[in-house]
Design a protein around this ligand. Structure first.
Ligand code: LLP
Length: 425
């Protein structure tokens, strides 16, 4: 739950605002973001990685207001598309603090990145090295690039979000020699400045051992590059992927320990080879914005399947949170609009979409007296819910409100029926 959440008169409050007031004013479903929580996590990272760069991964959740928070808290930003870049630029985020990612950036996206002068472009393939070299030369630019290295680490997470094993689409493989070849090709292009190496092993990873193995492998490659080419690359980007707690009992890595561990590993490898230690970057997304977000829903129907469970249908579903359907994710749901003394019964929180897989929480316990009109809050939905939202069944995407110090303000408007019909001929 968000750091400022509490119970007052039986109802949940976040940022000092009663969820019943939020629902009345802004409707449901509603994404609620605890601004103080998110900003404090940005500061925690900035402190833990004070001698490094922290680039928030915009894919987790991005809008103009969030970019302003990032700028004020002094963080950098990772973007993975021209659209994400456009959001950042629209509010004057400094381009030199932006890293551009993607395994298939278009020529138009690369051109924009070059023209505005983003700080780094992470190249992901041989095709892209050639494409970027061509575009940089044509535009008379010399971008700083990093090579995305597939380190071969088996990340313990869902298959769809593990990214460091060889048999997937991202990066240049360390074990096959593709990584070394990419370095050779970039060094041969005077219009590209090779600044460093990048690795991202996957997402929602709780065991920090994988991050440490990847960091060691990147640092070792840095040493090999120095030996082979006489070039000491000044930067290592260790990616993001740190897990958060979704249900009681979930573990989450301690950011300070993680930072100290990574720093020590990289320093050890480099110092042993007589090299100075590169500057590190990390790219957390979920850990910054996930815990501070909740989704509010209104209960519409309750169906008891005798002897099994209660199906609680709410007014959203897989269009505002697809993570359960997509990754088998687990969430915590509570009755948020009142306290209940009724016995908790095994329940399944489901949406209003036309499929039985439209599940928000597979198994949870909700009070037996739950009724239409009650509000349900689902915790830790700040990351990868609004950003993965769809208009399935023509549901409008819900608004996002930021709460702080007893007030709420809309930072992304909810879609309307007009929005849904726009652009149709
Ligand atoms: N850096 C790169 C290059 C990435 O690809 C990602 C996430 C991150 C950083 C940030 O990872 P985080 O700290 O947020 O775990 N939709 C999935 C997660 C996909 C993550 C994709 N890349 C989910 O909902 O679990």
């Amino acid at each position: 739950w968000p750091r400022t959440s509490a119970r007052t008169d039986g109802a949940l409050t976040v940022g000092g605002v009663d969820v019943r007031d939020l629902a009345r004013e802004h409707g449901t479903p509603l994404y609620v973001l605890d601004e103080d929580d998110v900003r404090s996590r940005m500061r925690d990272y900035a402190t833990a990685f004070s001698d490094s760069d922290v680039h928030y991964a915009g894919k987790a959740f991005l809008c103009k207001e969030l970019v302003r928070w990032l700028r004020e808290e002094g963080l950098g930003l990772d973007v993975a598309s021209g659209g994400e870049l456009a959001v950042a630029l629209s509010v004057g985020f400094p381009p030199e603090r932006i890293t551009m990612h993607g395994n298939n950036k278009s020529a138009a996206e690369l051109t924009r990145a070059l023209e505005v002068g983003v700080g780094h472009i992470v190249v992901d393939s041989f095709d892209e090295i050639a494409r970027l070299g061509f575009l940089a030369e044509r535009l008379g630019k010399r971008p700083k690039v990093m090579v995305r290295i597939t380190t071969g680490v088996e990340a313990h997470t869902h298959e769809f979000i593990a990214t460091a094993h060889d048999d997937q689409k991202f990066g240049l493989s360390l074990s096959s020699g593709a990584a070394a070849e990419a370095v050779r090709r970039i060094l041969a292009l005077p219009q590209l400045e090779l600044a460093g190496l990048h690795s991202h092993i996957g997402s929602q990873i709780v065991d920090t051992a994988g991050f440490e193995v990847a960091a060691r492998r990147l640092a070792s490659l840095l040493v090999e590059i120095k030996e082979e080419h006489g070039v000491l690359l000044p930067e290592l980007d260790l990616g993001g992927g740190y897990g958060i707690a979704y249900v009681e009992g979930d573990e989450a890595p301690d950011i300070k320990e993680l930072a100290d561990g990574l720093r020590e590993i990289v320093a050890k490898v480099c110092v042993a080879a007589g090299l100075s230690v590169p500057r590190l970057t990390v790219e957390p997304g979920r850990t910054i914005v996930g815990p501070g977000g909740i989704t509010l829903y209104e209960v519409g129907t309750v169906k008891d399947v005798e002897g099994l469970r209660s199906y609680v249908s709410v007014d959203g579903g897989m269009s505002d949170n697809v993570r359960t359907a997509l990754y088998g994710a687990d969430y915590t749901a509570v009755l948020a609009s009142r306290e209940s003394q009724a016995e908790p019964v095994l329940s399944r929180l489901v949406g209003k979409h036309c499929e039985s897989g439209d599940i928000i929480v597979r198994d949870c316990h909700l009070p037996a007296d739950l009724a239409p009109g009650d509000l349900i809050a689902v915790a830790a939905t700040g990351a990868y819910c609004r950003s993965l939202a769809s208009n399935y069944n023509y549901l409008p995407k819900p608004a996002v409100v930021a709460v702080s110090g007893g007030t709420a303000r809309v930072i992304m408007q909810g879609e309307t029926e007009d929005d849904l019909l726009r652009g149709q001929l």
